[in-house]
Ligand binder design. Structure first.
Ligand SMILES: Cc1ncc(COP(=O)(O)O)c(C=O)c1O
Length: 382
């Protein structure tokens, strides 16, 4: 036995709910991954590059051709010219990028602020770096930043704020005005940002994603993280990237080179080819996922769940208080899986201190039309 460095961490709810879905044969709308494949041209390119002998270590910061494609995309979408040599690093998943950025920033005794509910890798990364994670809840019902609480949470030890927009699990977005207000709040303080933008292309209803990459002042102190897995429907490839000013990237790379050294080579070649040949993929993504959101939400209008359609991501929250007010959300997610054959994720697991009486479960709508129709039919019968 060794004393655990993460004594509060057990098997994640994502693994548990997926397991329960498998055991019970339920439709799995719990974990965030598509039940359809990435583009055929992208998948074929991997085989081609493996056959072409692209099977040895990639360059530590990522394949240059892939970093060039990322730079082109960023220039087109956010108007920023990034230095491919010094500002973009390809990582095995956004998760590794976040982990390395946290290790680069946080020392023993430093504080990092996360906005609850938040993605589950943030707090353990801070704790492993010896830091203290300060949890500031987003304001319900819209999951907006509670500016007063955020301002109150700042101390001389605050080194980092972790942001996530489009936001998992709520589907809420930060606006450009939010970024301006944040810039004002941290101006003159020694605070950095990690901006988790893995759902940057999943923003609906004609709204533009407010990226930290498009915000001069915030970018100067930020690591901006994205995920090819989310963008190209290949979450199992665990390939992402992080963009940061040269001095920050240099520190991140010192850590990345000892955590993994580099991402998987043929995947990077395939992604570079595909991005170059199919720039329309990214442009079409908001419409692609908006159609899924609209289908799922339209079908659910006849149900007893209450909801506001997600503004972004591929997650839809449903409020079940009109159905089973006697169950907490973990019990509700289990009950829905066992009794009604649809697996979801309870929102309380994204909090350190879940709000009392919240009755929300999260459904992933990155699913084929027939899966969404079946799931909605079952949910309408609840
Ligand atoms: C908010 C958020 N950040 C990061 C990740 C991880 O991305 P990756 O699979 O590229 O590590 C996810 C995946 O679900 C996520 O939802």
């Amino acid at each position: 036995m060794i004393a655990s460095k993460l004594p509060h961490v057990g098997t994640t709810i994502f693994a548990r709910m997926s397991q329960l879905a498998t055991e019970t044969g339920a439709l799995n709308l719990s974990q965030g991954f598509p039940d359809f494949d990435g583009p055929a041209a992208l998948r074929e390119a991997v085989g081609r590059h493996i056959d072409a002998g692209h099977n040895q270590y990639a360059p530590m910061p990522g394949l240059l051709a892939l970093r060039q494609q990322v730079a082109t995309k960023i220039a087109g979408l956010y108007g920023r010219q990034v230095d491919v040599e010094r500002e973009i690093t390809v990582t095995p998943g956004a998760t590794e990028a976040i982990f390395c950025a946290v290790q680069a920033l946080i020392r023993a005794g430093d504080e990092a602020i996360v906005l609850d509910p938040c993605y589950d890798s943030y707090a353990p990364a801070v704790e492993l770096a010896g830091g203290r994670c300060v949890h500031v809840p987003l304001a319900l019902p819209d999951f907006a930043i509670d500016w007063q609480r955020l301002a109150d949470a700042l101390t001389p030890r605050t080194r980092l704020i972790l942001l996530n927009s489009p936001h998992n699990p709520s589907g809420a977005l930060f606006s450009r005005a939010d970024l301006d207000r944040l810039a004002e709040l941290i101006r003159g303080r020694d605070i950095h940002l990690i901006s988790d933008e893995v759902y940057e292309h999943l923003v609906f209803d004609g709204v533009a994603h407010a990226s930290v990459l498009a915000h001069e002042e915030l970018y100067s102190r930020a690591f901006v993280v994205s995920s090819f897995g989310k963008t190209y429907h290949v979450t199992g490839w665990k390939t992402g990237y992080v963009v940061a000013p040269p001095a920050l990237s240099a520190e991140l790379r010192k850590i990345h080179q000892y955590v993994t050294f580099c991402g998987v080579t043929p995947l990077q070649y395939a992604l570079a080819d595909f991005m170059q040949a199919h720039p329309e993929h990214v442009a079409e993504l908001p419409g692609f996922y908006q159609a899924k959101r609209d289908l799922f939400c339209d079908l659910l209008r006849g149900s007893r769940f209450r909801f506001t359609p997600a503004a972004g991501t591929y997650f839809q929250l449903l409020d079940y208080s009109a159905i089973r007010d006697d169950l907490d959300d973990v019990q509700m997610a289990e009950w829905l899986t066992r009794e009604h054959g649809v697996a979801s994720i309870p929102v309380s697991v994204f909090y350190r201190d879940p709000p009392k009486g919240a009755r929300l479960v999260r459904f992933c709508f990155a699913k084929r039309e027939e899966t969404l129709r079946q799931a909605a039919e079952r949910l309408c019968a609840v």
